[in-house]
Ligand binder design. Structure first.
Ligand code: HEC
Length: 150
């Protein structure tokens, strides 16, 4: 399976695709988090950590019955952020997933209540869809982002 090989051949890639970030902030500029991987981090991995933080925070809110209020604008950079070399071979293929994700994000941010919970789950599946093609390390983590007791 080619995709798996891409994310797994270099040890550094494996680490970077599996690192777990624990921060609770959503509004920290992604540059400030550039300390996790000593080999250096791509713009795209930093953005991913920021997206993961946002999902964790959103999950927490939804489980408490609270709506998600603010959606970070930085995520539009999903389509253009520079990736770790060798991960994306076909930009058009990648952007089909990123466009879908951004459209799911917009839908979630413009909905409320139970509808927002459903939109959140759709967004999470959209994370999974891209990861099945591009970088399988974080999949268990994305699975754990599911909303419990919605
Ligand atoms: C359009 C494709 C795509 C979508 C959508 C996507 N990812 Fe990623 N993700 C990637 C790629 C590619 C990488 C590897 C980035 C690199 O190394 O440059 C990555 C890396 C990661 C990482 C590892 C970051 C690190 O520390 O290096 C995590 C965690 C992650 N994604 C979580 C998520 C979550 C959570 C979502 C949904 C909110 C998501 N991803 C949506 C493609 C995607």
């Amino acid at each position: 399976m080619k995709v798996f090989v891409f994310c797994g051949t270099a040890l550094f890639l494996t680490l970077s695709c599996q690192s777990e970030s624990k921060s609770n902030h959503t509004e920290v500029p992604i540059r400030e988090k550039a300390v996790v991987n000593p080999n250096g981090d791509s713009e795209l991995s930093l953005l991913m950590r920021s997206m993961t933080d946002f999902m964790e925070k959103s999950k927490g809110n939804l489980e408490k019955g609270l709506d998600i209020q603010d959606c970070p604008e930085e995520f539009v950079r999903l389509s253009t952020a520079k990736e770790t070399e060798g991960i994306i071979r076909d930009r058009n293929h990648f952007n089909a997933y990123s466009d879908q994700w951004l459209s799911d994000l917009e839908k979630m941010c413009s909905s409320k209540g139970q509808e927002q919970v459903q939109a959140y789950e759709k967004l999470r599946v959209s994370c999974l869809n891209c990861h099945q093609s591009y970088c399988q390390g974080p999949i268990p983590k994305i699975q754990r982002l599911t909303v419990q007791n919605p």
